[in-house]
Design a protein around this ligand. Structure first.
Ligand code: AHR
Length: 508
């Protein structure tokens, strides 16, 4: 059967205005994310605060709107007070999550100065593993209360007079996971999340709170966890979190590229759980979704197990340093398309993570910074995926994989930037052998013409980038034609495509 893809994009088929936080990311005190990643005093690229300028340049290029911090699993044994005040008085601690040594040389105030330079907001997580309501309140008071109290004055004494006004807060991390220190049953978590949320909103009603959802869609308690925990904390929280990582562990690339179907189902089920609780409680507001950890993660697993078991308590060991292949970048592209398609309910998403740890940006301790294959889909989505997501009425030829049936050969979504009068089509051709023509009907975008068609492609699905070689990098191609109403694009087999169109203004 001939392979094909057809799409209708209409300015009235609106999914939603995309929340800029959909293109967020994550920095955890884990491996070399902080030390020798974003912060390395003495490095030739370090600025006066020890922040690596080469990394900051790349983060700014990505235009990351919000960065989750300080964990992840790390947060569940973290004492935030250790990380503020005079550096020489900060304690060294055992980080139980990653069996590493945390020096606390870089803490909350340093991170906040770094995010200002990066142009990003902070999404702060509180420790609901080994700590609880009081500590979460103290941290919020330190960050957001203007002055005149113990913790707000402590912040001022530490050099920051004005409150940070951090808006988005996570109530713990992956609290259903047996690996989490202080993990909880759904009832235990629902209760502590409710009480913490209630107290935090009393301190600062302007904040938004994320309740922990299941650690991934394969957890045995998913989706009962969402229903039970939300029954407790629904009235006080604004989002529920989702986390998901994929890996091509058995070398089945066709099936790996279909994993975004699982992500799509995960999102739909969490929306259903939120809406079930809303109906049950006769609730008046929607709970939206914060997909605050997503990526490919599997390359480094065995080495990391070995490091943590046999060489524990190092400071900033190399952990989770996945070297991403071209096919990983395709999966990241497909995950981004899935997030944009659900932007009516997914308001926050964080590519996990940002630097050195399962990251688009890597650093050499004694050298420069470089970008992985997955940098590119994230870069293009963040740059051109702002505006209104349009419902793609998409029909595509399909195929089956070892786990999924009727998987579209082509996945796509379009984003309309009304202000700039630009329309961007993101499309992935999952087919590993055949080029496929994508025909897009643009009837309601009269006068729009092609700006450029950018593609990420490679003959080698396993190609990787390194400090010395950018083997996988985007390029502009001449594969799209427009006739005023129809856009015809040839999508190379196994490729990520960005097709940019803009309003043509008649010469006066
Ligand atoms: O991002 C790496 C880890 O993955 C995070 O610490 C944890 O939340 C998740 O399991």
């Amino acid at each position: 059967m001939k392979k094909y893809a057809k799409m209708i994009v209409d300015r009235d088929f609106r999914i939603s205005e995309i929340d800029r936080r959909l293109y967020g990311s994550f920095i955890e005190h884990l491996g070399r994310a902080v030390y020798t990643g974003i912060y390395q005093p003495g490095h030739p690229e370090a600025d006066e605060e020890g922040f690596r300028r080469d990394v900051l340049r790349l983060v700014r290029e990505l235009n990351v709107p919000i960065i989750r911090y300080p964990g992840g699993n790390f947060v569940s044994t973290f004492r935030w007070e250790d990380s503020v005040g005079p550096v020489d008085r900060r304690p060294h601690r055992l980080d139980l999550a990653w069996r590493s040594l945390e020096s606390n040389e870089f803490g909350l105030d340093e991170f906040s100065r770094w995010t200002s330079k990066a142009g990003a907001d902070i999404m702060m997580a509180v420790n609901l593993g080994t700590r609880g309501v009081a500590d979460a309140c103290h941290l919020l008071e330190y960050c957001n209360h203007p002055s005149g109290t113990l913790y707000s004055d402590m912040r001022a004494a530490n050099g920051r007079k004005d409150p940070y006004r951090i808006r988005t807060w996570c109530l713990g991390n992956e609290m259903d996971g047996p690996w989490q220190f202080g993990s909880k049953t759904p009832e235990e978590y629902g209760r502590i999340a409710c009480e913490t949320a209630k107290a935090m909103k009393q301190i600062d009603p302007s904040i938004e709170l994320v309740s922990c959802g299941s650690s991934n869609s394969e957890m045995p308690t998913f989706p009962q966890w969402e229903a039970t925990t939300l029954e407790h904390d629904y009235d006080y929280v604004d989002y529920v979190s989702l986390h998901q990582y994929f890996g091509n562990r058995d070398g089945d690339t066709e099936n790996f590229l279909a994993q975004s179907v699982r992500m799509d189902g995960f999102i739909r089920t969490v929306i259903a759980a939120c809406d079930f609780v809303r109906a049950k409680k006769r609730g008046k507001k929607d709970i939206n979704l914060s997909f605050d950890e997503w990526n490919v993660w599997f390359h480094s697993n065995a080495d990391d197990d070995d490091t943590m078991a046999n060489r524990p308590w190092q400071q900033a060991p190399s952990l989770l340093e996945d070297h991403y292949t071209f096919e990983d970048a395709l999966v990241v592209g497909l995950m981004l398309i899935t997030l944009i398609r659900h932007s009516d309910r997914v308001k926050i998403a964080c590519l996990a993570q940002l630097v050195n740890v399962i990251a688009p940006i890597m650093t050499e301790k004694d050298g420069g910074a470089w970008v992985q294959t997955i940098f590119y889909p994230y870069f293009f989505a963040s740059r051109y995926g702002r505006g209104v997501a349009l419902e793609p009425v998409l029909t595509s030829s399909r195929h089956d994989t070892s786990e999924f049936s009727d998987v579209n050969d082509v996945e796509s979504v379009a984003v309309w930037n009304e202000e700039k009068e630009e329309l961007t089509i993101f499309a992935v051709n999952r087919d590993l052998k055949d080029d496929i023509v994508l025909t897009t009907d643009l009837a309601s975008f009269e006068g729009y013409g092609l700006i450029e068609h950018i593609v990420l492609e490679s003959d080698d699905l396993k190609a990787v980038n390194s400090a010395d070689a950018q083997n996988v990098a985007p390029k502009a191609v001449n594969r799209t034609e427009t006739d005023g109403r129809c856009v015809t694009s040839v999508l190379h087999c196994a490729s990520f495509n960005v097709i940019r169109l803009g309003k043509r203004h008649k010469e006066a």
